[in-house]
Design a protein. Structure first.
Length: 301
C-alpha cells in the first residue's frame, strides 16, 4: 500500500518518512510489506489510511492534478468516517502532522472502546433504510442494549453497529422482514454507535488540543451532510462522529445538488467511488490509489 507512489514521487515518500518519525515506528514498512495482521489493527489501520491517502494526494498535486488554483482544484471535499480527517487535512483545515497525531489517538481510543464495550457490525444489502432502522430500534428495546445504523453508504446498502446480542437480534428481525444479504463484519468494535461513548470525552480533549483553521474549500460533514462552517463545527463534528452515523448517501446527494458532476477518490482501493455510482449513476467517479491509476486519471483513461 503506497509503495509505488513513494518510489516514484519524493513528495509522497516524504510523508511516509515524516510519519515514521512522528509515530516512532516504521509505518511505511508496515504499509509496504505488512504483516497484514498488524496493519488490520485499527490503531495502525487508521494512520496507514491517512498517510497513504495524503501521500497519494501529494503525488497527484506533483503532477499538476488538484493543484491549488489550478483547473483541477476540487469544488469541495468529503471523507467517509476516518476519511473525514483526511479530507480536512487535504482542504488545509489542519496540518499533516497534527492530523496524524489525532488519527493515531483516534485509532487508539476506538480500540480501547472495543475492549471496554465489545460489539459488532454487519452490512445489510438491498433493504429499505426504514426497515433497517425499525429492526434496530426493536432489537435495542428488546435487548436493552444499543444497535443502530452506523453507515448510510448508498441506497440499499447500510452498516449496522452495536452490542453483540442486540446486533444478533436485529439480524433476526431483518431476516424476518425479508433480508437475504446480511453480512457480519470481521470487527470487534461497534463504530459509530453508543458503545463508543466511553472514550468520547478523551477524544474530544485531543480534538480540542489540535489546531484547526477554516478549510480552503468546503468540507462536507458526515453527520449533517452539509459543509462545516466554523472551527467549532469541525471540533463538534469530529467528536460526534464516534457515536453518530456516517450519512454518506446524503453527503454525496447534497454535493450533486450543488452541481458536482465528477468525484475523485484519493487513497487505497475504490470503495467510495463505487458507492458514488450507486448513489447516482449519472455522476462520474474515479479512484486514485497507486501510480498506474494516477497516470490513468491524468491521461483521461
Amino acid at each position: 500500500m503506497g509503495r509505488d507512489l513513494a518510489d516514484a514521487y519524493p513528495q509522497a515518500r516524504l510523508l511516509f518518512e515524516k510519519a515514521d518519525g512522528i509515530l516512532g515506528f516504521s509505518l511505511s514498512r508496515m504499509c509496504f510489506d505488512g504483516p497484514k495482521t498488524a496493519l488490520d489493527d485499527t490503531i495502525n489501520t487508521q494512520p496507514a489510511l491517512y498517510v497513504t491517502s495524503l501521500a497519494t494526494l501529494a503525488a497527484l498535486r506533483a503532477e499538476g492534478g488538484a493543484h491549488d488554483g489550478g483547473a483541477a482544484r476540487p469544488a469541495m471535499v468529503a471523507g467517509h468516517s476516518l476519511g473525514e480527517l483526511t479530507a480536512l487535512a487535504a482542504a488545509g483545515a489542519m496540518d499533516y502532522v497534527d492530523g496524524l497525531r489525532l488519527v493515531r489517538e483516534r485509532g487508539r481510543l476506538m480500540k480501547l472502546a472495543g475492549e471496554q464495550s465489545p460489539g459488532g457490525m454487519a452490512a445489510v444489502i438491498k433493504m429499505a433504510d426504514e426497515d433497517v432502522e425499525r429492526s434496530c430500534q426493536e432489537a435495542s428495546d428488546e435487548i436493552g442494549q444499543p444497535v443502530q445504523i452506523a453507515n448510510y453508504n448508498s441506497p440499499g446498502q447500510v452498516v449496522i453497529s452495536g452490542d453483540k446480542d442486540a446486533l444478533a437480534r436485529a439480524i433476526e428481525l431483518l431476516k424476518e422482514r425479508g433480508g437475504r444479504r446480511i453480512i457480519p463484519l470481521a470487527v470487534s468494535i461497534a463504530a459509530h454507535s453508543p458503545l463508543m461513548a466511553s472514550v468520547v470525552g478523551e477524544y474530544r480533549a485531543a480534538v480540542d488540543a489540535t489546531p484547526f483553521r477554516m478549510p480552503e474549500v468546503p468540507v462536507v460533514a458526515n453527520i449533517s451532510a452539509r459543509p462545516l462552517l466554523s472551527v467549532d463545527e469541525i471540533r463538534d463534528e469530529l467528536a460526534g462522529q464516534f457515536t453518530w452515523p456516517v450519512r454518506w448517501t446524503a453527503s454525496v446527494q447534497w454535493m450533486i445538488e450543488q452541481g458536482v458532476t465528477g468525484f475523485v477518490e484519493v487513497g487505497p482501493k475504490d470503495v467510495l467511488s463505487k458507492l458514488v455510482k450507486r448513489i447516482d449513476r449519472r455522476a462520474g467517479a474515479e479512484s486514485v490509489g497507486d501510480a498506474a491509476s494516477l497516470q490513468a486519471l491524468l491521461s483521461g483513461g
